[in-house]
Design a protein around this ligand. Structure first.
Ligand code: 5AD
Length: 432
């Protein structure tokens, strides 16, 4: 996963390959010198990552072809806009009609949507977001794996259970061999095509060592690697890109500079944004976003977070609820309501209908067990499965009671495929 479906190269223009999937064409950046028109490839996040032998591709395509169009039909049915307009304020109807016509909404209008409380009105917002998701992304759902390679962290983020506030956490650092074995299993046994490697800001593994690990993974597997090691320095970004990493997952957490400094004493937002901007310059696919419902955060801050994500040309929006961790200074702050999280995902879809892959985060799943289903029907289009070995997983305690803490990768995949099938979605990543 992205249990990608292979596509066929139908045109090549320099580094840009046009890849066709059951009649749909997408473009992907190609780094394989020998690629030719007619080849079958896996593309991920806009990169061609692997050339597949034609027999193998045709076999997989034959299996998918049967279900692909059926899935599309289910998705279409669920995304239909037969909406109950009764009980919805006229002003809200007007804003949502405007959204459907894809006329830009003002900040005031978007704020009104973000703050919607009435179930009828929220339902209509989610339907519109789902409609736009389908219009631009079809039923493609991006499923990445995440491997949490170390929970050491020297930062003092006020909300985070891995921070220095948490003196009682058992700390682990997977050895290179353990990481390589987990990656091998994720790629070779389970078929992941894109993996996020994540850790706290761990002084125990230098950038050079991380780069060597990425290089070794790339030597062994054709897999798209996202790095998520916090602020590793602008040069560090370059070193990891050269080693073969092509994506970065780094949330700016909040776009409110004052709030940022309160939550991260001694650090500042501009330093964080400098990383994201540099990553973009280097050619990374950027996944970023913020925490929803931080103490002191206003609705307008969340809207600004969405705008900032778009301004950073993020390909993936990663927005999840703040959940209080008992060993942190925010232990007694309340988490947001699940509807605020859904409103945020839906408004993000309205703000960036065409480009955004919108992630359903594990934090949202922890807040609401139906998060995946309701999120995928409210504009979201992306999931991450946890491939961290079970013996380490409970110790990656960003917040308590994380969803999927005890599920094997196999169980998570089975559940995900069941859910996607019921919603008419195909686990694939059609790239840009
Ligand atoms: N609740 C929700 N998300 C959290 N993160 C860290 N602590 C928490 C928490 N208490 C998120 C941060 C970070 C990501 C790895 O985990 O946004 O970027």
């Amino acid at each position: 996963m992205c249990y990608a479906i292979p596509g066929q190269v139908v045109a090549l223009d320099g580094r840009i390959a046009t890849v066709e999937y059951f009649g749909e064409r997408r473009q992907a950046y190609n780094e394989f010198p020998s690629l030719k028109v007619g080849d079958f490839v896996y593309a991920q996040g806009g990169f061609v990552i692997k050339v597949v032998p034609p027999e193998e591709a045709q076999e997989i395509l034959a299996v998918w072809k049967e279900t692909f169009f059926e899935l599309q039909e289910v998705d279409l049915r669920l995304a239909r806009l037969e909406v109950e307009r009764e009980g919805v304020e006229r002003r809200v109807l007007r804003i949502l009609d405007k959204a459907l016509e894809e006329r830009p909404l003002s900040k005031k209008e978007l704020l009104a949507l973000l703050g919607l409380q009435s179930p009828r009105e929220r339902e209509l917002l989610y339907k519109v977001a789902n409609f736009l998701r389908r219009k631009y992304h079809g039923n493609a759902t991006c499923v990445h794996g995440i491997l949490e390679i170390s929970n050491f962290c020297f930062r003092n983020c006020a909300y985070c259970g891995l921070s220095t506030h948490n003196g009682s956490l058992w700390r682990y650092r997977m050895s290179d061999e353990e990481v390589l074995e987990a990656v091998r299993e994720a790629v070779e046994v389970y078929g992941f095509q894109a993996l996020v490697l994540q850790s706290g800001e761990d002084p125990g593994r230098s950038v050079e060592e991380l780069a060597e690990l990425v290089r070794e993974i790339k030597r062994r597997h054709a897999v798209l690697i996202f790095v998520s090691f916090g602020e590793i320095g602008l040069e560090g970004l370059e070193v990891l890109y050269e080693a073969g990493a092509r994506g970065i997952l780094l949330r700016f957490e909040t776009s409110n500079a004052e709030l940022y400094e309160k939550l991260h004493p001694g650090y500042n937002l501009s330093q964080r944004l400098a990383h994201l901007e540099r990553a973009l310059e280097l050619g990374y696919i950027v996944a970023t976003g913020g925490l929803i419902g931080l103490p002191g955060q206003r609705l307008s801050d969340i809207l600004e977070d969405i705008f900032l994500t778009r301004a950073l040309s993020a390909e993936m929006y990663s927005f999840g609820p703040f959940l209080p961790h008992p060993a942190t200074p925010l232990a007694f702050s309340a988490p947001p309501s699940p509807s605020l999280v859904l409103n945020t995902l839906a408004v993000a879809r309205l703000v960036d209908p065409k480009n955004a892959k919108i992630l359903i985060t594990t934090a949202f799943e922890t807040l609401d067990p139906r998060a995946r289903e309701i999120g995928l029907l409210s504009g979201a289009s992306s999931l991450m499965l946890n491939v961290t070995p079970l013996r380490f997983r409970p110790h990656y305690a960003l917040y308590p009671g994380r969803a999927h803490e005890e599920e094997t990768v196999q169980e998570q995949i089975a559940q995900t495929l069941r859910l996607l099938r019921s919603l008419g979605r195909a686990p694939m990543d059609l790239g840009v």
